[in-house]
Design a binder for this molecule. Structure first.
Ligand SMILES: [Zn+2]
Length: 240
């Protein structure tokens, strides 16, 4: 089965930035596996800390939200519990990601963009996602499973793309799964303030998708979309 691997620093990231792509893939019978490197317990759970939760309670709460959101999107989810703020490379995290690549054998990889001056966990997650992808390709790197090929990597949209050098050169029409994305967003009560922002962003990227869709697709203005930045060249036999 064609699989998609989504590698994120924190639980909210896969919902806000790639929930539509995940729901779209699973609605078409594709397997989607999310590798969540931390629970976002320190950096992306401010409302829970203000309520007086302990560290373990924050982690458990975020884990629960992430599992529920993944279920709504039809995806599997694996947690690495590698600590956030700062998220740093450990031998266990690197090993775990290599093993996950080889187990899933992804045809598509989604992860963070290379830069984010507001959140250093995100560029770290980008770097280790690419590093483990390359190591998983090398027969000389030990571990279970077969080596992988060279799946294309799509970076999902950072929260403030203009500050991150993010060029939205891929616009994905997610209109048919928009309701599922909003359902997954509603689960993230710890980050409620982002709901309106990502609803408006979906609509704005949708308008841009319509504007850029050309004569073949001809998308209407009511489209919802997610933006991605493709990292490696697109390989094709025909320009379209
Ligand atoms: Zn994050």
């Amino acid at each position: 089965m064609t699989a998609t691997l989504v590698l994120t620093a924190h639980p909210g990231d896969f919902v806000w930035r790639a929930g539509g792509a995940i729901a779209l893939a699973t609605s078409r019978g594709r397997r989607v596996v999310i590798g969540c490197m931390s629970f976002g317990e320190r950096g992306e759970s401010a409302s829970l800390w203000r309520k007086g939760y302990t560290l373990d309670e924050v982690k458990a709460h975020r884990r629960g939200e992430a599992e529920q959101a993944a279920k709504v999107l039809g995806a599997e989810i694996r947690f690495f519990d590698a600590d956030d703020y700062p998220l740093v490379e450990t031998p266990e995290l690197l090993r775990g990601l290599i093993d996950l690549y080889r187990e899933v054998q992804p045809a598509v990889v989604l992860t963070h963009a290379a830069a984010d001056p507001y959140n250093f966990d995100h560029p770290f997650a980008h770097a280790i996602a690419l590093k483990s992808r390359i190591l998983a390709q090398a027969p000389g790197v030990e571990g279970p499973g077969e080596v992988i090929g060279a799946p294309p990597v799509f970076c999902f949209e950072p929260h403030q793309p203009e500050q991150c050098g993010f060029i939205p050169n891929v616009l994905l029409d997610i209109t048919e799964v928009w309701e599922r994305k909003t359902e997954a967003m509603r689960i993230l009560a710890a980050q409620k303030h982002l709901h309106r922002y990502y609803t408006e962003l979906g609509s704005r990227r949708g308008l841009q998708a319509a504007r850029n869709s050309g004569p073949n697709l001809g998308l209407p203005n009511e489209t919802y979309a997610e933006a991605y930045m493709r990292l490696y060249p697109q390989v094709t036999r025909e320009l379209s």
